[in-house]
Design a protein around this ligand. Structure first.
Ligand SMILES: Cc1cc2nc3c(=O)[nH]c(=O)nc-3n(C[C@H](O)[C@H](O)[C@H](O)COP(=O)(O)OP(=O)(O)OC[C@H]3O[C@@H](n4cnc5c(N)ncnc54)[C@H](O)[C@@H]3O)c2cc1C
Length: 395
């Protein structure tokens, strides 16, 4: 990093947002010797406490392996199976492997904490927390500039590239002039209540369908898990008391032996899919949730964000080291087919799971069709293989 004036600095890449994608991108760039500065509006401990995804998929594991970071970042056990159930009866379903590499049960919180330690404590990376008033100047014919404020005053960063890793409500996407981006969106018409509870997954993670709606239980570390419960859009988290949550879990899993445990937090998540295209404008590149959202049913949001980082980091390396900007120019075109493939998977999976459950959703005919499909998945090796191929994006 070069100091140009009192409060003006130069760097190669400014990354907005220190979440899963921003920290991964910064770690790769730092390892490759490319100067970068991360700007984050929250403080470090807030970010390290934020609990979200729970599985790093096989593709992302392979990416971290290529950077020799798997052991440092992905401490969780290998994820090989999920317990799928239909009205209490089900079978163990094998999670996709890619070329012998398995997914990992590693919470997003653990990944982010490990990235933070690697980047800040072991690599002297530059992450600036508690910043506000970020301004993006990305004009034709000029090097991009990012301005921001912190406790010490106003600052300006002159750079070559800006990575917008600041999720759906961040500021980078809104800095792109109106008319450049197209927003594609799909509302599913129902919601999930997400409850983080003080009860670990004791066997396999569970995805269960019942006449009362879907329920999923996914691991979130050694002592906690997150339950997801399908609920109507008209509900809100406040209508779901802790007792109601546990009663519905027992009902939907058909298991009266489940005991109430502490509920740490509850979110109400209306299910929707969103894609913004193109994912770049001049020298600004959108990454992860800043460019696309998938419903949590597909467990892919963080993994898609990591996919974007994989493509963008390689493109930046090529631009900086080889002075070849072709991969950067094609970033959006390279990434979007993969994103749409997963949107397709997410819609298929989400509709099937919800149609198969509560018949007030789409009627008993759709319920039976969806159950037949699930039955195929549970009982047919061919269908299960096709599902795996679908999820890998190879269909
Ligand atoms: C309840 C829940 C459950 C989920 N479950 C799963 C799952 O099981 N599997 C899965 O793969 N995905 C899951 N996801 C999705 C996953 O968490 C996201 O897709 C992932 O976090 C995207 O990473 P990101 O880096 O794009 O955004 P984030 O991780 O959200 O990071 C964005 C960062 O930008 C910062 N920021 C925002 N605005 C500004 C600003 N103006 N200035 C500076 N910084 C800013 C934020 O503070 C944050 O640190 C879940 C999400 C939620 C909410």
């Amino acid at each position: 990093m070069k100091i140009a004036q009192n409060n003006t600095e130069e760097t190669t890449v400014v990354i907005i947002g220190a979440g899963a994608s921003g920290l991964t991108l910064a770690t790769f760039l730092q390892m490759a010797g490319i100067a970068c500065i991360v700007l984050e509006r929250r403080n470090r401990s807030y970010i390290e406490m934020r609990q979200r995804a729970g599985v790093v998929d096989a593709r992302a594991v392979r990416m971290f392996e290529q950077w020799d970071l798997t052991d440092k970042l992905l401490a969780g056990p290998v994820a090989t199976t999920i317990d799928y159930r239909l009205n209490g009866i089900g079978r163990i379903f094998k999670i996709t492997e890619e070329d012998g590499i398995s997914s990992r049960f590693c919470t997003q919180q653990m990944l982010v904490g490990n990235l933070m330690r690697e980047l800040l404590d072991n690599m002297s990376g530059d992450v600036r927390f508690d910043v506000s008033d970020i301004g993006i100047h990305n004009e034709e014919g000029h090097r991009p500039k990012v301005t921001y404020t912190d406790a010490s005053g106003s600052h300006e960063l002159v750079c070559d590239y800006i990575a917008g890793c600041d999720a759906d409500r961040g500021i980078t996407r809104s800095s792109i002039p109106e008319g450049v981006l197209t927003k594609y969106t799909h509302e599913f018409g129902y919601a999930w209540l997400a409850a983080l509870v003080e009860a670990p997954v004791t066997g396999n993670p569970i995805m269960a369908i019942s006449d009362h709606g879907c329920v999923a239980q996914l691991p979130r570390g050694p002592h906690r898990s997150r339950y997801y419960l399908q609920c109507p859009l008209r509900d809100g988290a406040e209508e779901w008391t802790d007792d109601r949550v546990w009663n519905e879990i027992r009902l939907r899993l058909n298991d009266e032996s489940i005991q109430n445990a502490i509920v740490h937090d509850k979110f109400f998540v209306p299910l929707r899919s969103v894609v913004y295209a193109p994912m770049q404008y001049r020298n600004l590149f959108l990454v992860g949730d800043a460019a696309h959202l998938v419903p949590p049913t597909s467990a892919k949001g963080m993994n898609l964000a990591l996919y974007d980082v994989d493509i963008l980091s390689q493109a930046i390396l090529k631009a900086v080291r080889d002075k070849d900007t072709s991969a950067l120019e094609n970033y959006s075109e390279t990434v979007l087919p993969h994103i749409w493939n997963y949107q397709d998977f997410a819609v298929w999976m989400t509709d099937m799971m919800h149609d198969a459950g509560d018949p007030t959703q789409n009627g008993t005919f759709r319920q039976q069709i969806a159950r037949a499909r699930l039955d195929n998945l549970f009982n047919s090796e061919t269908a299960a293989h096709l599902h795996s191929e679908y999820q890998r994006g190879t269909n």
